[in-house]
Design a binder for this molecule. Sequence first.
Ligand SMILES: [Zn+2]
Length: 428
Amino acid sequence: MIKSSWFKILPLALLALLPAPQLLANEGSIAFVGAIIIDGTGADPIENGVLVVTNGRIRSVGPATAVTVPDDAETVDVRGKTIMPGLINAHGHVGGTLGLERDHYNTDNLLRQLSLYARYGITTVNSLGGDEEEGFALRDAQLNADLDRARLFVAGAVISGNTPDEVRDAVNRAADLGANYIKTRVDDNLGRTPKPTPEVFEAIIDQAHIRRLPVAVHLYYLDDAKAVLKAGADLIAHSIRDEQVDQELINLINEKGVCYVPTLTREISTFIYESEPDFFSDPFFLKEVDPQVLEELRSPERQSQLRNSASAQQYKIALEVAMDNVGALSDAGVAIAMGTDSGPPARFQGYFEHMEIWLMVQAGMSEMEAIHAATGKAAECMNMSDLGTLEPGKWGDFIVLDENPLDDIENTRTIESVWVAGNQVPSP
Ligand SMILES: [Zn+2]
């Protein structure tokens, strides 16, 4: 039976005559009662579910008939709503961008962006490069039940260099700082810059593994994907965009249990501002965007520059290849984790993750597959053992939605509230 907090249903005047509600006596239990619950494991949703969070972590979850709500819990009536885990962005960047400028890395900017992500329901961000001391400090401070912004994991500086010795030193520096991931790039930026040699990227992967750290690789070409997988790469951090994936790639990625992060919105960001994008009139976008940024992106000079940019036009074609490859890899059973490469200028943190999930469905994944890729599967890919699913013992990071995203994936945008460690993420 659904139980309401007694003090919530009393008129205010009467409440004033009673002793103060004993919120502290319940050790912080909150029960969310009556929603459809998508638990992030890929399992069928729970109808009329109950989710109980105690001291920041999930105490119990299941159908109302199977979960006992603690007597002293505060209850929240979420009948008609859908609860799903907070989204995990497996490839973001945090702290550097202000407006359309880079190089503004500091604690205030990190916290501003982590709150922005959280308001959009992205409760964990795996930052793959550009992370400095302040980011590591916030990562270290987040294992507490008072948290109400997105969690951050960090890679430190992107590893690059000309010789194996140089890159081994760079890996050691990131590892000594306490990086969660090592990030490197094996790419020539559409032929414009030199690509690292195999001996260099093999040294990066080897040294990272000596330091017991996984390696995420930025890449573009199918051949490079095969080469880095053979060298032991642990995460493909972007789509393969030069040609269709083949069976050899599928076998390599599946045999090694490597996850693939499509970052389809990264391609979108390279060309979409050549004219006014549809999302510039989406209230879900407009509620957080800086009007100054919008104005700059609307400038005719900027638009025509992009229309005449060979790389922007090339990446537009690359998006089509990337979309085909996401569909093919998903069909082949490859583990896909949602990631956007959001954070750099005009890659909008929060909004782009919802666009990414929608694009994954356009590419052929089912709604449930896309949700799984953005929650439990992403956590598995990142070795985040206490995040990503709504199961006992995990952190209470979740979104309450007005509409069910299994009916229409765009319903991930119908956010009623976001919770991190059982704390409601505040409005700005
Ligand atoms: Zn990136």
